[in-house]
Ligand binder design. Structure first.
Ligand code: BLA
Length: 235
């Protein structure tokens, strides 16, 4: 379902000079015999970013997932890029979340970094369902202009492909702008805020139950703390 997005994302990363880093042993690929599914992950070092991870889960008709987070270098205070796309084929249900994930929520920060996403939010109203968050806190590490849709095939086919490309472009523009302007959050504070993002996300991520049902608790705990949100390890 999302393979063209995966290709586009990893192609952009390579155009930007990305090189692959090792995913921790045993976490790069895992099959579930029970559920007939497979999860595969990639880790990239991209100039300007300290870590860019990508994960694809293929459970056939029952579920397809593309998930990715970009962590800028600490000398840039701009938002992380967060993508979480889920397609439940049997029920024809789409959950799509695309956001520039803000480190803080004050006006100066939002004014500086969100022009691009605000424009996308207006351009793709059917991906902006003003959905309620059940496990995350919408005021922490999510922006007021995230594209968040619990929808169906119509949104998946008609809006999402264009929105995904436009979202990626807007994020690269945001990053390029950050390179030519000065951050107002100090690198040591960016580091703390990015690490808190991992801790917070590991606590709230609604995916853990799903991973456990496919790949078992031991593997899922490792995947969560060693790959998805490494700063949450040993807490
Ligand atoms: C929701 N994400 C979900 C849900 C699942 C996943 C099962 C619940 C579905 C629903 O609410 O209807 C699945 N999350 C995954 C998977 C991975 C994962 C498979 O991390 C890892 C491979 N989630 C993110 C990122 C964002 C994000 C980077 O991982 C940011 C864009 C957002 N996912 C996000 C949000 C929800 C969600 C906002 C709704 C959660 C809520 O209601 O609070």
């Amino acid at each position: 379902m999302f393979d063209s997005f995966l290709d586009e994302l990893q192609q952009d990363i390579q155009v930007r000079g990305g090189s692959q880093m090792d995913v921790p042993e045993g976490l790069e690929l895992k099959h579930s015999d029970k559920k007939n599914s497979v999860i595969r992950s990639w880790l990239w070092k991209v100039p300007g970013f300290r870590r860019w991870r990508v994960t694809r889960l293929d459970a056939g008709e029952s579920l397809q997932v593309l998930n990715s987070v970009a962590y800028p270098e600490y000398n840039y205070d701009h938002p992380l890029m967060g993508v979480d796309l889920l397609w439940f084929g049997a029920r024809q249900k789409l959950v799509a979340v695309l956001d520039f994930q803000p480190l803080v929520q004050n006006k100066d920060y939002l004014d500086r970094h969100f022009k691009g996403l605000i424009a996308l939010n207006q351009r793709f109203p059917d991906l902006n369902g003003e959905e309620t968050m059940r496990s995350f806190d919408p005021n922490q590490y999510f922006s007021p202009w995230l594209l968040f849709c619990r929808g169906g095939a119509e949104q998946a086919v008609q809006s999402l492909p264009q929105a995904f490309s436009a979202f990626l472009k807007a994020y690269w523009i945001l990053h390029d702008e950050a390179e030519s302007t000065t951050s107002t959050i100090l690198p040591k504070d960016v580091e703390i805020l990015q690490k808190q993002y991992d801790v917070y996300s590991a606590e709230r991520d609604p995916a853990h139950g799903l991973f456990t049902s496919h790949f078992g608790k031991e593997w899922s705990d490792r995947f969560l703390h060693e790959f998805l949100f490494p700063a949450s390890a040993n807490r």
